[in-house]
Design a protein around this ligand. Structure first.
Ligand code: ARG
Length: 449
């Protein structure tokens, strides 16, 4: 139970990088000799490479990555290796390693989120003029551009990128020099080490620094929200690919057949992305629960903060990557979407808005439109199939131009406000995003993939 090397071996690079910076600084400050520092530096690189290549085996008896590296260093270079841990504790060491690992993993996630945003924007560009039903309560509500639907998800992932970057900014301080809990007697150059390791600064309180895992909690919270957004999108992909909807298809790259039923094509990857949300949200719950009630400063409980951190980052990053691939792979059935827009009285609101344009109060206009929807349902037709006489029987202010209002495309384009799905608004959003994401705006609008 004491051993963490099975999972904290992920910290090998960070640990060696941190130790090399620490040793160089010890020499600069005159705490160890330049010769010892040089031997330590060479030795650490050899140990790292040998462990990474599997030439040296990890020893669980040595507990963790830190002791594995240090013991191997001492085996290799002897006495000089015994000086490396001067002015340092595993407590500030692991806190440093975890921050280095977290920063890098978070940058990878930010980059992957960028790829996903780009995939959504490209798909949106290809479907500026594809109409689909917009839903509330999973009931067909009003027509929208498919592009607008894809861009709704891009909004979520744009915010997610911001959250991960915020978490990185707070992870970006070096705890080295905090010692076990109360600093150290040696004249360490904390700022110099921080700079060499690429940290923006140093922690301000040694007791807090060795026990602080806020950065992990924040980052995993951001991952949990990423995964929640992914699961919403995955759920829609599953629905769209069902025979009931038939709005879209995923290729065999992202779906698989059933071992029993030859006709099936299951959207496994979308389902897995949706399902992995449980893991990532669970990781956040694990983290906050481990830290809750811990007295200052370091406690071994904190070793239990590592696995949820790794699992959340690794799961979210892989899920984002797979989802970007699925969006790229997705083929919309444009004709079927158009049929769906034409079924279910999605333009009922237009009737009400039309009457409002003739001076009717909206509540009254809404009643009239509702009455006409009931008439259409009774006759088993859509609203556009009602005659002008039918409409006038409900309200004398209807004229022949009302049929123009009932065209779904016209209905969408009348929604011409910031954030709404009228063509110029959607195109302006695409242009903004293509510039930000470095996607040449030359995408083929006619490509209906
Ligand atoms: N493997 C330990 C961890 O992850 C390193 C720190 C151990 N510190 C200690 N005082 N035993 O927390």
């Amino acid at each position: 139970m004491n051993a963490s090397v099975d999972f904290d071996r992920r910290l090998l690079d960070a640990d060696v990088t941190g130790s090399r910076a620490h040793a160089r600084m010890l020499a600069r400050q005159g705490v160890i000799s330049a010769e010892d520092a040089a031997a330590i530096d060479r030795g650490l690189v050899e140990v790292r490479d040998a462990l990474a290549a599997g030439e040296l085996a990890w020893d669980p008896a040595l507990e963790d990555v830190h002791m594995n590296v240090e013991a191997r260093l001492i085996e290799k270079i002897g006495d000089a290796g015994r000086r490396l841990h001067t002015g340092r504790s595993r407590n500030d060491q692991v806190a440093t390693d975890l921050r280095l690992w977290a920063k890098q993993a978070a940058q990878t996630l930010v980059a992957q989120l960028g790829e996903l945003r780009a995939a959504l924007v490209k798909k949106a560009r290809a479907h500026v003029d594809t109409l689909m039903p917009g839903y509330t309560h999973l009931q067909r509500a009003q027509p929208v551009r498919a592009a607008h639907h894809f861009l709704a998800y891009q909004e979520m992932f744009e915010r997610d990128q911001g959250r991960v970057l915020d978490a990185i900014a707070r992870a970006d301080v070096s705890p080295l020099g905090s010692g076990a809990l109360a600093g150290t007697t040696f004249p360490l150059d904390r700022a110099g080490v921080a700079e060499e390791l690429g940290f923006a600064g140093v922690t301000r309180n040694s007791l807090d620094a060795v026990g602080d895992r806020d950065f992990a909690i924040e980052l995993v919270a951001a991952c949990a929200l990423v995964q929640v957004h992914l699961s919403r999108l995955a759920e829609e992909l599953v629905l769209w690919c069902s025979q009931e909807a038939g709005f879209a298809r995923l290729s065999d790259r992202y779906s698989s057949g059933s071992s029993l039923m030859p006709q099936k094509k299951n959207p496994d990857l979308a389902e897995l992305v949706r399902g992995k949300t449980g893991r990532v949200v669970g990781a956040w719950v694990t983290l906050v629960t481990v830290v809750k009630g811990l007295p200052l400063a370091y406690n071994k409980d904190l070793q239990e903060t590592q696995e949820p951190l790794y699992d959340a980052l690794e799961t979210a990053t892989a899920s984002v990557e797979v989802t970007a691939g699925m969006i790229d792979d997705l083929t919309l059935d444009v004709a079927r979407l158009a049929r769906a827009v034409g079924e279910g009285h999605l333009v009922a609101t237009e009737l009400a808005d039309y009457l409002v344009s003739k001076g009717v109060a909206f509540r009254d206009a809404h009643d009239v439109a509702g009455h006409l929807v009931r008439t259409a349902i009774d006759r088993g037709v859509e609203l556009a199939a009602l005659s002008l006489d039918d409409l006038r029987a409900a309200d004398a202010r209807f004229d022949a131009d009302v049929y123009g209002w009932l065209d779904p495309l016209a209905a969408v384009d009348r929604r011409d406000l910031p954030g709404a799905p009228a063509r110029p608004r959607v195109v302006a959003e695409l242009t903004r995003l293509e510039a930000e994401l470095g996607l040449g705006a030359a995408s083929d609008v006619s490509a209906k993939k």
